[in-house]
Write a protein that binds this ligand. Structure first.
Ligand SMILES: Nc1ncnc2c1ncn2[C@@H]1O[C@H](COP(=O)(O)OP(=O)(O)O)[C@@H](O)[C@H]1O
Ligand SMILES: [Mg+2]
Ligand SMILES: [Zn+2]
Length: 480
């Protein structure tokens, strides 16, 4: 029988949970010390492990042979909880049992002591869906909790839980999982299942799952099924209708270049090939937002995963903000009109993105007689330097700026002598900024290698002169 990955790889002990270190630690400690709260509220996005953790906790406190707070997974109680036939675990889905009658029934049931286990556990999923009356009935129970009874409320919408309930629960926050952590877990599953996988495919899956492990694991499952045992980027694209990051970025480049024809036919192509347009637009928005963040922060590495693509794009912050707004507007308009049409309009409106000036350029333009095209042309030159200025420390930037340089085909070529580059890590600069080229001149004249006396240096720089010949008077301190 085929068991879906999401079930097969559902963690059974605290130590198997990915991420959620705080939740694990707090609960494991409570179990070890026997200091459980009467009620917990697990809050966080979907697919991050709330229900899973609730079941682990149930196991941990009912296990007949626990070790150090962890359930054994083999005793009668552990197995019964796994199979879903443990009489002292009552799982309710508030989305379907919303009414007060359901809660009354629950309240009455609570008065019976555990049948088989040490603790009776109520897991109330989607707790924010309860009606107000049901909440109040629950409140009574939480005020005078029966002995050896534990309530676990789970919710994706923390704000919708009444304050009176909140104050009676110990709150545990579940966070979105990190992309790296998801990829690691997916790799583990691939190993166990003997699946060949492309690393970038795993990253794509992690990215579209947006921090939710449930989505990630079931996407992996589907991809492996479609790909007949291989997890490939291509399969994700073809069968799940999700475009790769690379293609999304190509599309953004078209928008930034003002290539409306290109962008429109790209969009048509996506529709015609049956890709998921909504997911595509989400990815476009996410990528543009990353660009905005990259452009506006001094230290973007701390906020986003900086990639060569971010440095490659030279658009200024104003253009990026404008583009972000267009994309967002299309998403909102799609509520009342067809998403495809909304995207088309956004693309058409984006034709001016490439002409948007930055504030500095605007000021320059207003205070000069230059034509906007000229300012723009200059600005594009400036942009490379601006990029450097934004990402380098001041000293390094000033050092670079003082060297002689020229612009060619979107590159800055720096010509300098070895000693002028002292203190600069040229190798690092080269790899960090692919548009930087260094032409290192060896000192041509032997004489120049020698330390010149102060007055010669002065004369040299005063006349901007080149030294043709120079003799040192060996006998004396001063050269003749
Ligand atoms: N933190 C996690 N570590 C490992 N797997 C997880 C995690 N969170 C979710 N999963 C996977 O997703 C599935 C659904 O998780 P679940 O606990 O029901 O999420 P939630 O209740 O938060 O919506 C699990 O069966 C498991 O495969
Ligand atoms: Mg759940
Ligand atoms: Zn056990």
């Amino acid at each position: 029988m085929y068991i879906p990955f999401a079930r097969k790889y559902r963690p059974k002990r605290f130590s198997e949970l990915v991420g959620q270190e705080v939740a694990s630690k707090v609960l494991l400690n409570a179990v070890r010390l026997g200091k459980l709260a009467n009620a917990y509220l697990f809050a966080g996005p979907r697919g991050t492990g709330k229900t899973t953790t609730a079941r682990i906790l149930t196991r941990a406190i009912n296990c007949l042979r626990p070790t150090d707070g962890e359930p054994c997974g083999e005793c009668e109680n552990c197995l019964a909880i796994d199979k879903g036939n443990f009489p002292d675990l009552i799982e309710m889905d508030a989305a379907s049992n919303r009414g007060i009658d359901d809660i009354r029934a629950l309240r009455d049931a609570v008065s019976y002591t555990p049948i088989k286990g040490k603790h009776k556990v109520y897991i109330l999923d989607e707790a924010h869906m309860l009606t107000k009356e049901a909440f109040n009935a629950l409140l009574k129970t939480l005020e005078e909790p029966p002995p050896r009874t534990l309530f676990i409320l789970c919710t994706t919408e923390y704000d919708k839980i009444l304050p009176t309930i909140l104050s009676r629960c110990q709150r545990i926050i579940f966070s979105k999982l990190k992309e790296e952590d998801i990829v690691k877990f997916l790799k583990l599953i691939c190993e166990r299942e003997n699946l060949r996988c492309e690393e970038k495919a795993l990253y794509t899956i992690a990215r579209i799952s947006d921090g939710g492990m449930r989505d990630a694991v079931s996407l992996l499952d589907q991809t492996a099924t479609f790909g007949e045992g291989e997890v490939k980027e291509e399969v994700i694209e073809e069968f799940l209708g999700i475009l790769s990051q690379e293609k999304v970025r190509d599309f953004i480049k078209l928008l930034l270049a003002g290539d409306v024809d290109g962008a429109l036919s790209f969009l048509r192509d996506i529709r015609d090939k049956g890709y998921n347009l909504s997911k595509f637009w989400d990815s476009v928005e996410e990528e543009v937002r990353a660009l905005v963040i990259f452009r506006s922060l001094r230290d973007p590495e701390k906020v986003i995963k900086v990639e060569p693509f971010h440095r490659e794009v030279s658009a200024n912050l104003n253009s990026l903000l404008y583009l972000e707004k267009l994309i967002n507007t299309a998403r909102m308009e799609a509520r009342t009109m067809d998403l495809f049409k909304a995207c088309e309009i956004a693309i058409i409106k984006s034709s001016i993105v490439k002409d948007i000036l930055s504030i500095e350029e605007l000021v320059k333009y207003l205070s000069s007689s230059e034509k906007p095209q000229e300012v723009q042309a200059k600005a594009q030159k400036e942009d490379l330097w601006q990029t450097l200025k934004n990402s380098l420390n001041k000293i390094d930037f000033e050092k670079l700026r003082r060297l002689s340089w020229e612009e060619k085909e979107g590159k800055i070529i720096i010509k300098a002598k070895k000693e002028e580059l002292k203190g600069l890590d040229v190798e690092k600069l080269r790899t960090k900024f692919p548009f930087l080229e260094f032409v290192v001149e060896e000192a041509e004249k032997k004489e120049e290698k020698e330390e010149l006396p102060e007055f010669v240096k002065k004369t040299k720089s005063l006349f901007n002169a080149k030294i043709i010949s120079y003799e040192r008077n060996k006998g004396k301190d001063n050269p003749s």
